[in-house]
Design a protein around this ligand. Structure first.
Ligand SMILES: NC(=O)c1ccc[n+]([C@@H]2O[C@H](COP(=O)([O-])OP(=O)(O)OC[C@H]3O[C@@H](n4cnc5c(N)ncnc54)[C@H](OP(=O)(O)O)[C@@H]3O)[C@@H](O)[C@H]2O)c1
Length: 256
């Protein structure tokens, strides 16, 4: 986005954004939206076929990335441009909807490794690269689950609570530097999120959104573009975006 008549609006010309989890949902939508806004892109996710396809559509770069594996992060970062302006930490996962009493360590571990440690690792590794930018921005896709809980959701909601603490700590630690830190907290969005949460059970995933109108990846992508294109002195701390039909994690209006 360029701001005509306002010198403080940033120009996206030659600015580069990295997006994790760009193979589906909000990440893929964000890639399209940032590309349309003029950003050059570096895409990461585990499903290489998907990110390669999107990269060729958007004239972008792509490299396989598993944020739970330090060696994958290393090889991803080695393939990144020397300077990046925007890092969008979007990759994330929810697994199952088990009560704490019957939940499995391996599910918790995968969610924490992806949603918390993955963001910490990649951010830590890319901060020096971000610092080379004249206008660096760090954007994290959190969730309304960063402040809410629901039955069966402890494994996932605890990761987003923790991520919120990481984001807020980073804002303190980076004070005095030009790196802006934004948390985007969506409510229910229909992506591949629920399909994955329920191990490919599409019927169960569809039921999550039944009778209500969820967000789309595009709705969240617009928030990312907004946060990424503010003037240099403006930090968007957080954007909370929910479907109109959702007042809280468990209060959802359904017309059927
Ligand atoms: N959908 C919702 O209702 C909702 C609400 C609030 C927040 N969120 C958050 O929004 C973000 C995007 O989710 P989404 O809704 O777009 O779901 P999605 O369609 O399932 O996308 C998740 C993305 O994360 C990537 N990913 C998962 N594990 C990864 C790993 N270990 N390394 C690298 N990439 C990994 C996936 O790619 P690969 O499988 O190819 O690696 C995929 O591209 C997540 O952080 C999620 O927690 C979602």
């Amino acid at each position: 986005m360029t701001g005509s008549g306002n010198a403080t609006w940033m120009t996206t010309k030659n600015r580069c954004a990295i997006i994790t989890g760009a193979s589906s949902g909000m990440g893929a939508a964000t890639a399209r939206a940032l590309s349309a806004a003029g950003f050059e892109l570096m895409l990461g996710a585990r499903r290489q076929d998907r990110i390669n396809k999107l990269a060729s559509e958007l004239n972008a770069r792509a490299h396989v990335l598993d944020v739970t594996r330090p060696e994958s992060i290393e090889s991803f970062v080695a393939a990144c441009p020397q300077t990046i302006d925007v890092l969008v930490n979007n990759a994330g996962v929810a697994i199952g909807l088990d009560a704490v009493e019957v939940s499995r360590d391996e599910d918790w571990r995968q969610m924490w490794e992806t949603n918390v440690l993955g963001v910490v690792r990649l951010t830590r590794t890319l901060l020096p690269t971000l610092r080379r930018s004249s206008d660096p921005r760090l954007i994290v896709i959190g969730s309304t689950s960063s402040v809410e809980t629901y039955k069966g959701g402890a494994g996932y909601t605890s990761t987003k609570h923790a991520l919120r603490a990481v984001v807020r700590t980073l804002r303190l630690e980076l004070l005095g530097e030009p790196i802006r830190v934004t948390e985007i907290s969506p409510g229910a969005a229909e992506t591949e999120f629920s399909i994955r949460r329920f191990s490919g059970d599409r019927e169960r995933a569809r039921a999550v959104y039944e009778g209500m109108r969820p967000l789309t990846g595009d709705d969240v992508a617009e928030c990312v573009v907004f946060a990424a294109t503010r003037p240099k002195h403006v930090n968007i701390d957080e954007i909370v975006v929910r479907p109109l039909d959702q007042a809280s994690a468990s209060d959802v209006y359904r017309d059927s």
